[in-house]
Design a protein around this ligand. Structure first.
Ligand SMILES: [Zn+2]
Length: 257
């Protein structure tokens, strides 16, 4: 059964300098945590709500995504779910998943998509209209290519772009303002980006997360999702390049921004 979106609750627990642990629940007070890099803030958050922790979903093996897993498992008895192909470098999994799997956990229907690029074993999770993308996609940016090629990451992003425009995107990091600066450096006269800047500054000044974003907004403004737009590419001097080549060039530029 697919849960109607109004029954899905998603909230952010900020940890470290710029990570979010996304907490979601369907129709009850039994939560699922995505990528708890740190346990204390998550534990506190659950206790304040007298909530339980049913499951932990992992997108990839980096320590800022898995550091709190074992402690939360001990405290709350949560079951750990992650990519079985990456199990050797994840905390001990209770359930290994792979591309196309569908899970029924804590009253939520969860679909698994694999999105290699940031790491080879990176997976993302779709729950109703929410997409928990880890370090694959950020608002106005995308993850660094630690293990995958530009081609691999481009294909993973294509997979996300094929989802409905109304999809809400929940990345694991608050990188939006820096990514915005990069996007604007490519296209300084983009009125939509200039307009968005005011909103991002206001949220940043008030410590309000800029996330979630929507796929519609990202397709319009995220440079890494615009590589098939020939008119835009021409403005950037990339008209003769293929979409994959444009992606590789932009990713390399972003690394030095
Ligand atoms: Zn990472």
């Amino acid at each position: 059964m697919i849960m109607p979106q109004e029954s899905l609750i998603v909230e952010a627990v900020p940890v470290f300098a710029d990570n979010y642990v996304w907490m979601f629940a369907c129709n009850n007070n039994d939560y699922v945590a995505v990528d708890p890099g740190e346990a204390t803030a998550v534990s506190q958050w659950l206790k304040e709500r007298k909530a339980t922790l049913s499951h932990i979903l992992l997108t990839h093996h980096h320590n800022d995504h898995i550091g709190g897993v074992e402690s939360l498992q001990r405290e709350f008895g949560a079951k750990i779910i992650g990519n079985k192909a990456d199990a050797h470098r994840l905390p001990t999994l209770d359930h290994g998943i792979s591309q196309g799997d569908s899970l029924d956990i804590a009253g939520c229907q969860v679909q698994v998509l694999d999105t290699p690029g940031h790491t080879v074993g990176h997976v993302i999770y779709k729950v109703a209209d929410a997409l928990f993308v880890g370090d694959t996609l950020f608002s106005l940016g995308c993850g660094r290519l630690f293990e995958g090629s530009p081609q691999t990451m481009w294909q993973s992003l294509q997979k996300i772009q094929n989802l409905p425009d109304s999809t809400k995107i929940y990345p694991a990091h608050e990188y939006t303002l820096t990514n915005h600066g990069f996007a604007l450096s490519l296209e300084p006269d983009n009125q939509d980006l200039l307009e968005l800047q005011k909103e991002l500054m206001r949220k940043n000044d008030n410590n309000i997360p800029s996330l979630p974003t929507t796929l519609a907004q990202e397709k319009k403004l995220n440079p890494f999702l615009r590589t098939e737009d020939d008119e835009w590419a021409a403005k950037l001097g990339l008209a003769t390049k293929s979409p994959q080549e444009r992606f590789a060039i932009l990713r390399e530029k972003r690394n030095h921004f």
